[in-house]
Design a protein around this ligand. Structure first.
Ligand code: GRF
Length: 217
């Protein structure tokens, strides 16, 4: 089976990008990263991509008059590289509806909460303030509304009584790094069917059926 060609969009640290790079290093993994795009020249994710020998592009949002013109420049890079699916990995820009429509059902994002709870940039703080006892991460198909769209994979972690935003973020990040490569695998293996606002996922047998879906932490 041909490898699914991914374009990964980053703004910063790029630890989820690193998890995808690590997954793609396995020849049996059904996807490859053909391009990493950053909207900031100092995004650490760019160094990670370069180290892995992946083509990179910097598209600085400040160079463009509006969101859609910026998105069209990103889109041109993705097309040139032959990208089939777009992975947002800590990409801190809202995408225009033009971009979301153009790549409809071919963009995924990872968010550090159990969606639809705690959308937005301060998901960890929201979870702590709400006093929930479990939080986690979600990988979902992107729609124009922020942090919304069919959910592909989620994993839960406990909130501990003395958690800070940082300690919770760190615990969630460990499951993010498992869930993002799994979600890409599910797509690449044709195990996802999107039906309106939901995704029907045929989980492969090697993942098991843990109560805390889908992986042991
Ligand atoms: C992650 O927590 C992700 O869920 C959120 O932004 C953060 C990105 O981290 N969307 P990294 O750049 O992948 O390390």
């Amino acid at each position: 089976m041909a490898h699914l060609k991914l374009g990964v969009l980053v703004s910063g640290r790029g630890s989820n990008l690193q998890a995808l790079i690590a997954a793609c290093a396995d020849t049996f993994y059904p996807a490859e990263i053909v391009l990493v795009v950053a909207n900031k020249p100092d995004a650490k994710g760019l160094d990670r991509a370069r180290k892995a020998g992946i083509v990179t592009a910097v598209v600085e949002h400040g160079d463009f008059p509006d969101r859609e013109t910026f998105d069209k420049a990103v889109d041109a890079h993705l097309r040139d590289a032959g990208v089939e699916w777009v992975c947002l990995a800590g990409f801190m820009r809202l995408l225009s509806s033009w971009f979301v429509e153009t790549w409809y059902d071919r963009i995924i994002n990872i968010h550090p909460s159990l969606l639809p709870a705690f959308k937005g940039i301060d998901a960890h703080a929201q979870a702590i303030a709400a006093g929930v006892k479990l939080s986690g991460c979600s990988v979902h198909i992107v729609r124009t509304e922020i942090d919304a769209g069919p959910i592909l994979v989620q994993a839960a972690v406990p909130l501990l009584p003395d958690d800070t935003e940082d300690s919770l973020a760190e615990r969630i990040l460990t499951v993010e790094h498992q869930c993002y490569p799994l979600a890409v695998r599910l797509i690449a293996e044709g195990r996802v069917r999107i039906d309106g606002d939901t995704a029907i996922v045929a989980m492969p047998p090697d993942i098991g059926d843990q109560i805390i879906s889908p992986l042991k932490s």
